[in-house]
Design a protein around this ligand. Structure first.
Ligand code: RBF
Length: 175
């Protein structure tokens, strides 16, 4: 993971648990060799805001994979289902549209107890998410060129002379 640049976006709800998830993820990043200066962190008000923040970060060209972290806990209304569905499909959509791997670091739990077990202590999912982020960052690098390559969608300004051009020589595809 020494070449991987990882973005972490935290939703501010349930901060004790999200901080623990992020601490676990960062331990795994360090164990994989990700350099501290290659971790970009930001936060948003709640999980509903994660997809757009992930999109902005992906389009900035500054990271190879993004870990959005949020905790959604079911209440008395249909709100939980609505937010869970839109956040999960929104995050998938950002990954598919930008080509930057977006992990699913969102716990969707029926109770605070469920969320606690999955975020604090031995059941912390953060380390798994951290390792998955590194794996996907490296997959992206191998698929579209090295870190900071301009090849993929051309976002960001890497300043690298050897960045691959966005356009390929004219080739007829299809008919
Ligand atoms: N955001 C979370 O990340 N986790 C939650 O459990 C959560 N519960 C919410 C419950 C209600 C009733 C509302 C109105 C918002 C909740 N949010 C939660 C915030 C939501 O993701 C978003 O930030 C706000 O709705 C503002 O767009």
């Amino acid at each position: 993971g020494s070449t991987a640049r990882i973005g972490i976006i935290k939703a501010r709800w349930h901060p004790e648990m999200s901080d623990s998830l992020i601490a676990g993820a960062k331990e795994a990043l360090a164990a994989c060799g990700v350099k501290e200066e290659n971790i970009v962190e930001t936060e948003v008000p709640g999980s509903y805001e994660l997809p757009l923040a992930a999109r902005y970060m992906a389009l900035s060209g500054s990271v190879d994979a993004i870990l959005p972290v949020g905790i959604l806990i079911k209440g008395d209304t249909y709100h939980f289902e609505a937010i869970s569905d839109s956040v999960s499909s929104g995050l998938m959509s950002v990954g598919m549209q930008t080509g930057v791997p977006i992990l699913f670091g969102v716990l969707t739990c029926m109770s605070e107890e469920q969320a606690r077990v999955r975020s604090i202590g031995p059941g912390n999912h953060g380390p798994d998410w951290g390792r998955a982020a590194v794996e996907m960052a490296l997959l992206r690098q191998s698929a579209v060129g090295g870190p900071k390559s301009k090849f993929f969608m051309g976002f960001g300004d890497s300043g690298e002379d050897d960045a691959k051009p966005m356009t390929r020589p004219a080739e007829r595809i299809g008919f």
